[in-house]
Design a protein around this ligand. Structure first.
Ligand code: NDP
Ligand code: MG
Length: 388
């Protein structure tokens, strides 16, 4: 029987790669049961023609109406609005939910899948950052498997198989350093949208590409690793590795360091999350280390890339601090992409919100969501004041 896969966010960068992987693995093994999009109706229709999913969900109602006008839905049922993602995550026929939505918008569906005991192939890191404890507790209770798709976390997951949890000395999370690795602070502060979108090694969606330029992405990944692998942040170290070949490493107590290497291509970690624990022939190009010749490493500059220092601070503070850290970034990145603020303002806004925030007293979903809205409103106020 083929495994039934639901891809939440099939029209994004991860979603499109996931469909390429599934196509290459073949319909006898993997079946696309459900796809979801927010706005990209034409692309979703193209995907429906090829993969013939039983369900699609479109979170933006206006786009759902456009889909109905443009696509004759024989055999495909349309669900409309954000609840459609939750409905899909809970469907009895769904075996694996691949979460590739961007931002906190993915949280309700990820949480629903974790509570329902599904296998979660998780690319959407923001829900883990803001509700890591709730998600991992829900998964432990229901028996849901959470498999990482993020390349660094897939590398850590693979490397951890070389020892037991008690034998881990530290996790070494690699980072390309992004497009501004060698830039001055002033150049970084005033960087344009196209400068910031020009990632040197990875081809990804706009939000994570900006996050890589601020190194916010690495900060989010530190928190993501903490929850995925149940390791305190003090044991997670960031290492700059501009070539993006060593995707991350685990150091064990005897001094052995186990790493996973590969070309910078998301199809590889996506496939491993789908085929785990097996490995199958894939579509990612294989490494040629002799051709590469040299791999380089350096310590991160936490002063220039302040987002990284703030990430550790938020992770250590816990409770609602990571929620505020993430939500402030989401709104600030949107504002930067819309040309409303400078690149340097993004991290200033995050720090402003973290300083102003009174931490919640618990990690109940209600309190976390309250902190999320508080931070979004706070950034919106900041932006309004600035434009006066
Ligand atoms: P994209 O922006 O390329 O795609 C996002 C997807 O989410 C699209 O399908 C989009 O639909 C949908 N979407 C957007 N807004 C909403 C919303 N409000 N509600 C529901 N769905 C929505 O993002 P990426 O593929 O780059 O990233 C997805 C996630 O994976 C992120 O959390 C990112 O951090 C993580 N990730 C990405 C990597 C990459 O290589 N891209 C690597 C590692 C992690 P539509 O197209 O219709 O707007
Ligand atoms: Mg990553």
């Amino acid at each position: 029987m083929p495994r039934n896969i639901a891809i939440l966010g099939s029209t994004g960068s991860i979603g499109k790669n996931a469909l390429r992987v599934i196509e290459s693995l073949g319909p006898d093994n993997y079946r696309v049961l459900a796809l979801t999009a927010h706005n990209s109706v034409d692309l979703l229709i193209e995907q429906c023609r090829i993969f013939k999913p039983a369900y699609v969900a479109i979170t933006n109602p206006a786009s759902a109406a456009e889909f109905t006008r443009k696509y004759e839905q024989t055999g495909t049922k349309l669900l409309t609005g954000p609840d459609g993602l939750v409905e899909i995550a809970l469907m009895a026929e769904v075996d694996t939910v691949l979460t590739a939505v961007v931002g906190a918008a993915g949280l309700p569906a990820v949480l629903a899948a974790a509570n329902a005991g599904k296998t979660l192939a998780i690319a959407n890191k923001e829900p883990l950052v803001i509700a890591g404890q709730l998600l991992t507790t829900a998964a432990a209770k229901s028996g849901a498997k959470i498999l990482p798709v993020d390349s660094e976390h897939s590398a850590i997951f693979q490397s951890l198989q070389a020892g037991s949890a008690g034998e881990v000395q530290k996790i070494i999370l690699t980072a390309s350093g992004g497009p501004f690795r060698c830039a001055s602070r002033e150049e970084i502060y005033n960087a344009t949208v196209s400068d910031a979108l020009a990632h040197p090694t990875w081809n990804m969606g706009p939000k994570i590409t900006i996050d890589s330029a601020t190194m916010m992405n690495k900060a989010l990944e530190v928190i993501e690793a903490k929850w995925l692998f149940n390791v305190p942040v003090e044991k997670i170290e960031v290492l700059i590795h501009p070539e993006s070949i060593v995707h991350s490493m685990v150091e064990f107590i005897d001094g052995s360091v186990i790493a996973q290497l590969g070309t910078p291509d998301m199809c590889l970690p996506i496939q491993y999350a789908l085929t785990y624990p097996a490995r199958q022939k894939g579509i990612s190009p294989h490494l040629n280390l002799a051709q590469l010749g040299t791999l380089t490493f350096a310590s991160p500059d936490m002063q220039t890339f302040r987002a990284l220092a703030l990430g550790y601070q938020a992770a250590k503070a816990g409770l609602s601090a990571p929620v505020v850290f993430n939500a402030a970034n989401e709104i600030a990145v949107e504002a930067f992409l819309a040309g409303k603020i400078k690149f340097g303002n993004i991290v200033e806004i995050i720090e402003y919100c973290l300083d102003k925030h009174n931490a919640s007293s618990s990690i109940s979903l209600e309190q976390l969501l309250e902190a999320d809205s508080w931070a979004r409103n706070e950034v919106t106020r900041w932006l309004k004041q600035k434009s006066l």
